[in-house]
Structures are given as structure tokens and as C-alpha cells.
Write a protein of this length. Structure first.
Length: 299
């Protein structure tokens, strides 16, 4: 099976590739060869190992997005400044490769000067979301390790803001004193309670976090409830800080099913109009948009 072209989502910890044909997605593959695990000379071999079975006679275009284009990645793709379209014809960066069976281009990220902010990979998902929902005006939220809120108007990203919510959860759950009182499992009422506390009193977040530890010691707070409340506290505080971004506007959520469901639940408590989209679908749609622009440019 030969791919017409290959879409690649290359993040810090994972590499995912999608073989594309006229009918759409033909096959997909993934590995743990993320940016953080590779030297600069290791990127091309890691990619070829994953996609070799999709290559054949001729040259196969590969379009990539994510941290592969960062300063620590394979080849730096300079940021584009907002306001701008999330992806633009001719703006992808061509990368020199040794293997004659492929060409490689990387989508540049977006930057915002004031307040300073950057994104890589999310711009492709935003472009895909706008392809799937043309004419959308409102806010796109991309929950994850670094949650992004992007304001969309007339097909452009006019501004965005990043929250360290997912990374903070991982640090607190795995490396702070709170780890002693957390356990696997999910407690929905505990999540809702944390959500309300974080959303209504975000200025008390640090005290609320330590209370999880204290309640585990003297009030036998179950570990699953503590973990769920921690998630709610952090997401609630994020929503409080991002209120100006989503209040009164339609919100598209892009991410994993679990995360988008949590954010949809949180926003529904505020009567926000939300719709969830698959991160994979949006990534493929965004890179397909770029692939289409490239083929037209070559004609």
C-alpha cells in the first residue's frame, strides 16, 4: 500500500503518522519516538522506520506539525504572528532529507507578542476545525498538557492564551506531597465539587490544593475522590481565568474524548454552547488543507 501523501503529528513524547489517499485515511501508525527522545540526527530514521511500508516508486510528500518544528526539534519552522490564518499556502517550511523517497514540510506555529504566547501543532488542529466547520466565529479550546484558548474571527486566529493546567496536574499528582493521598479511579461528584471551588474562588487555589492533603490525613478523603477533585480544581481555576475568552461565545473543543468531556461538563455548568471535535480528525483535516494548497501550487 503506497500513500499519496503522509500526515505526521510529531509531539514531545509521541510520533503519529497517517497514510493518505484520494479516499482519505488509508492507514495509521504510532511510536514513542517523540521529540524529547531524539537527537537531531535521529528524526529522519525514526520517521522512515514508521512509514517505510507506505513508500513506493516515486516521491511521497510528508507534511508534519507539532514540536518537530521547534528549536529543539528536527528543523525549526519560524512562528507566524497573529492575527493570521492558522495555516497559509506557501508558509510551510521545507526540510532537507537524505531519503530520496520523501519530501518533508513542517507547519509553522503561531506566536503572540503581547501578552507573549506560542503554539505548535494546535494551529493545524484549528485549521482543520475551521475546514470541518467553515464560517465558525467564536472560541476554540484545546485542552491538554498546555491548554489553549484561541479566539477565531473571519477565519483568523486573532489572539490566544495558554494555561499550564495539564502539566500542573501531572506535577502535583506525581511529584508533590499530594501524591500520597491520590489513587486511580474517578469520582464525578468530587470532580464537580472541585470544579465549583476552583471556578468560584480561584484566588484560594493554593489553599484548596493543600486541603486535599489535609483531608486525606484527618478526614480519610478517598484517593480517587482526591484525584478527581484535584482535576476539578485546576480546570475550574482555568475557566475562571479564561472567562473573558468563552463567556457568551460558542466554543469548539478539540482533544481526547476524556478531556473534551470534562471541559464540556465544566462549561455546561456555565450554560456555554460547546461542541467537541476529535484531535486526530482536526489534525488530518488541517494537514489535508495544506496538502491541497501545495498540490494546487505545483500545478
Amino acid at each position: 500500500m503506497k500513500a499519496d501523501w503522509i500526515a505526521v503529528d510529531w509531539g514531545t513524547t509521541h510520533l503519529r503518522a497517517f497514510a493518505m489517499g484520494p479516499e482519505g485515511l488509508r492507514a495509521e501508525a504510532a511510536s514513542d519516538a517523540g521529540m524529547a527522545s531524539l537527537s537531531r540526527d535521529g528524526f529522519e530514521p525514526a520517521l522512515i522506520r514508521l512509514i517505510a511500508s507506505w513508500l513506493g516508486p516515486g516521491v511521497t510528500p510528508v507534511l508534519a506539525c507539532g514540536m518537530v518544528g521547534s528549536r529543539q526539534g528536527w528543523f525549526e519552522a519560524p512562528y507566524r504572528s497573529v492575527p493570521c490564518t492558522p495555516l497559509e499556502q506557501g508558509a510551510l517550511v521545507r526540510v532537507p532529507v537524505r531519503d530520496p523517497r520523501i519530501t518533508l514540510q513542517i507547519a509553522p506555529g503561531l506566536k503572540q507578542s503581547a501578552p507573549a504566547d506560542v503554539m505548535r501543532g494546535e494551529e493545524t488542529q484549528i485549521a482543520g476545525a475551521l475546514t470541518l466547520h467553515p464560517g465558525f466565529d467564536g472560541v476554540i479550546c484545546l485542552p491538554g498538557t498546555h491548554s489553549k484558548w484561541a479566539r477565531i474571527s473571519a477565519g483568523e486566529v486573532v489572539g490566544f492564551q495558554t494555561f499550564l493546567t495539564g502539566e500542573m496536574f501531572a506535577l502535583l499528582a506525581d511529584h508533590s506531597v499530594l501524591r500520597h493521598g491520590l489513587a486511580d479511579g474517578w469520582d464525578e461528584p468530587a470532580f464537580d465539587a472541585g470544579l465549583a471551588e476552583g471556578r468560584n474562588r480561584p484566588e484560594r487555589l493554593l489553599a484548596q490544593l493543600f486541603r486535599l492533603r489535609a483531608e486525606g490525613l484527618i478526614a480519610t478523603l478517598p484517593g480517587a475522590a482526591a484525584r478527581s477533585r484535584l482535576s476539578g480544581l485546576l480546570i475550574g481555576a482555568e475557566l475562571a481565568a479564561a472567562r473573558a475568552w468563552w463567556l457568551g461565545l460558542p466554543v469548539l473543543l478539540i482533544g481526547s474524548d476524556r478531556l473534551t468531556a470534562l471541559y464540556a461538563r465544566a462549561l455546561s455548568a456555565e450554560a456555554a454552547d460547546t461542541r467537541a471535535l476529535s484531535a486526530t480528525d482536526c489534525t488530518i483535516a488541517g494537514l489535508a488543507l495544506a496538502a491541497g494548497a501545495l498540490s494546487k501550487a505545483a500545478e
